[in-house]
Design a protein around this ligand. Structure first.
Ligand code: PBG
Length: 343
């Protein structure tokens, strides 16, 4: 079939297809010509840096499964945010590792105006007002069972969880966050958060919805980072999307946009670029992807073994997000990439 088509095209033009006028290698011959025809570029503007938080002062803790990434005390997180701002990274996203003693069945510490997230937001906005702060609105760092929702008789209860996180979003806004990012996948959370923010006078606080968050194995290292891996009972399949589904991802996104999401996110990233592409094509709204902990860990581990060139794999993976249609990427490589781009 393909062969027939080629033959006919060649006959039409009277030339052999291979040695004919069409030679795509012509523009690949030199660095200047490759740069001239390049379609996608990666800049620091495309990056959002996730920062893990711990209690204490002037300290950091390594994360075994994420070489190069550490948990920072709030004062250190401020310094990281300063560095990110200097490198031109537009925003950071914070994730707390809450002391186990402060976690409970309903994740009540998310409603503490002085919890780790809110203290970090205040400190970062005071010291580095020019960087955007994105805060995660989900219960999992605060629950004793590691789930993103309130657990009753073995079931994650939707509406009670939504009421809880809508209140938490208001407290985060009061602490000065610019963008709230609900990552729990409860139904109706975007509308509830929008209403709560507006009613409390925070009409300017934006919502970046984790619109399509899949039930993925690639979150493993993150659960070590925020200390939920030992706590989590069961899995998150009753609220995250089945990795097999695309139409469902579209419906989730449509719903979140109708409820007032300003931006949408796809998570994980690289294994789900088809979703990024389809969302961007369908909705034409600011679309982000989260290059999650497992994706980071795979590149780092292969590089540490000398199996791949880690730096090239890092740059290529991020460029792939841009090619697929992303407006930005949450990535643990953000600082490293921004430094590399500034060279
Ligand atoms: C949960 C949440 C997850 C991540 C961020 N927030 C997933 C999970 O633990 O189930 C994953 C981020 C990553 O893997 O880098 N609200």
């Amino acid at each position: 079939m393909n062969e027939m088509r080629q033959t006919r095209a060649a006959q039409r033009r009277g030339v052999d297809e291979i040695t004919g006028s069409r030679r795509l290698r012509r523009m690949r011959k030199a660095d200047w010509s490759r740069r001239m025809v390049r379609e996608s570029t990666l800049t620091a503007d495309d990056l959002i840096l996730p920062i893990f938080l711990i209690e204490g002062e002037d300290a950091e803790e390594p994360i075994g499964a994420m070489p190069g990434v550490v948990r920072h005390t709030v004062d250190r997180a401020v310094r990281v945010a300063e560095r990110a701002a200097r490198l031109g990274i537009p925003a950071i996203a914070t994730f707390p590792n809450v002391p186990v003693a402060r976690r409970d069945e309903t994740g009540s510490a998310i409603l503490d105006p002085d919890n780790l997230i809110n203290r970090a937001t205040r400190a970062i906005k005071a010291a580095v007002p020019e960087i955007g702060v994105v805060t995660d609105v989900a219960l999992d760092p605060f629950t004793s069972h590691g789930h993103d929702g309130i657990l009753r008789d073995g079931i994650i209860v939707n509406d009670e969880t939504v009421a809880h996180i809508a209140q938490a979003a208001v407290l985060q806004a009061a602490a000065g966050t610019d963008i709230v990012a609900p990552s729990d996948m409860m139904d109706g959370r975007i509308g509830a958060i929008r209403d709560a923010l507006d009613a409390a006078g925070f009409a300017d606080v934006a919502i970046m919805s984790y619109a399509t968050k899949f039930a993925s194995a690639f979150y493993g290292p993150y659960r070590e980072a925020i200390g939920t891996s030992g706590l989590l009972k069961g899995d998150k399949k009753t609220y995250y999307i089945d990795p097999a589904n695309t139409d469902e991802a579209l419906r989730e996104t449509e719903q979140d946009l109708a409820e007032g999401a300003d931006m949408v996110m796809v998570k994980p990233g690289l294994p789900y670029l088809d979703i990024v592409w389809r969302l961007k094509e369908s909705f034409a709204v600011p679309t982000f992807a989260y290059q999650v902990s497992g994706e980071y860990a795979m590149i780092k581990a292969a590089a540490a073994n000398g199996w791949i060139d880690g730096e090239r794999a890092m740059m290529e993976s991020l460029l792939a997000f841009k090619r697929a249609g992303c407006d930005g990427i949450l990535s643990y490589f953000a600082l490293e990439v921004a430094e590399r781009l500034a060279e």
